[in-house]
Design a binder for this molecule. Structure first.
Ligand code: SAM
Length: 279
């Protein structure tokens, strides 16, 4: 992972990498996550880094009796979630600290696109194992930001733009770290944790046109790269970035445009070994 001590941060008014993604309603990954959450007992479901509740809304729609808890540090995201899901308990909490949840109290811990924000993801996985009930499950998903594919005429420029976005030289708020490869690293993190790995899936979103969704997603990518280029960070200049955004339109007009990105979805369960200090 990059040395995040040297990166810059955006102000409190900035969105997170995922909130822009949620706005464009790439909904299918939340549906796949909800499938996994509801693949077993799910009376108590906790979403760590719930944001505005993209996945919890889908869980609630299909399983109205599940008791839902949303954990996040962002008060505005939790407020938006409470408007969408008034029945969910909203907990403002820093995931770098131990979870404010009882041992063995949760059926499913869910977390999507949040582990990369933390300096110590293994510590959170250990705490997830603590709060899971016997037979409880973890559903962990993460976009691998190095899997983003965009077709334009200038292959090298596209590589450099996407590399700058993946490396995220200027962090969004509430991110203490960034790891573009968190998706592919999830299975290994789980194997080295007190959790037992059950399954690993890849979920690729493919959009072969410059639709409203891909326009919004790539505007978010460009905005992030612009913040970095404006500070002389990353692998492109501001002028090259503007050239690249023009190339997106050209690719669309010529029938060449394609966008895709892949998230990895991992399920795990609480291992039968003792967790924490042995009496
Ligand atoms: C990329 S967003 C994912 C949101 C949501 N899971 C979704 O699928 O839309 C990451 C979320 O993690 C939250 N977050 C980041 N670091 C955090 C921390 N240390 N403690 C609690 N929440 C944190 C952010 O506020 C943000 O809502």
């Amino acid at each position: 992972m990059r040395d995040t001590r040297s990166v810059e941060r955006v102000g409190e008014d900035e969105v997170t990498r995922e909130s822009a993604r949620s706005r464009i309603n790439i909904q299918d990954v939340h549906e796949r996550l909800a499938d996994l959450v509801l693949g077993g007992p799910a009376d108590e479901v906790v979403d760590l880094g719930a944001g505005q509740g993209g996945t919890l809304v889908e869980v609630a729609r299909r399983s109205p009796r599940s008791r839902l808890t949303a954990v996040d540090l962002a008060a505005d995201a939790l407020a938006a979630l409470s408007t969408r899901l008034p029945q969910a308990r909203a907990l403002r909490h820093d995931l770098a600290q131990p979870l404010p949840l009882e041992d063995g109290s949760v059926d499913v811990v869910l977390s999507y696109n949040t582990l990369e924000c933390l300096l110590d993801p293994p510590a959170l996985l250990t705490d997830i194992a603590r709060v899971l009930a016997p037979g409880g499950r973890a559903v962990l998903g993460h976009t691998d930001f190095e899997t983003i594919v965009v077709t334009t005429a200038d292959r090298d420029l596209t590589r450099r733009v996407l590399r700058t976005y993946a490396e995220l030289p200027v962090l969004y708020r509430h991110m203490a770290a960034a790891d573009a490869q968190m998706g592919r690293r999830l299975p290994g993190l789980v194997r080295r944790s007190p959790l037992q790995l059950d399954s690993v899936r890849a979920h690729t979103t493919v959009v072969p046109s410059l639709s409203e969704a891909t326009t919004a997603r790539l505007a978010e990518v460009a905005a992030s790269v612009r913040r970095s280029a404006g500070r002389g960070l990353g692998h492109v200049t501001l002028a090259e970035l503007e050239e690249w955004t023009g190339q997106l339109q050209v690719a669309e007009a010529g029938g060449d445009f394609l966008f895709s990105e892949t998230a990895y979805l991992v399920t795990a369960n609480r291992a039968s070994v003792a967790i924490g200090p042995v009496p």
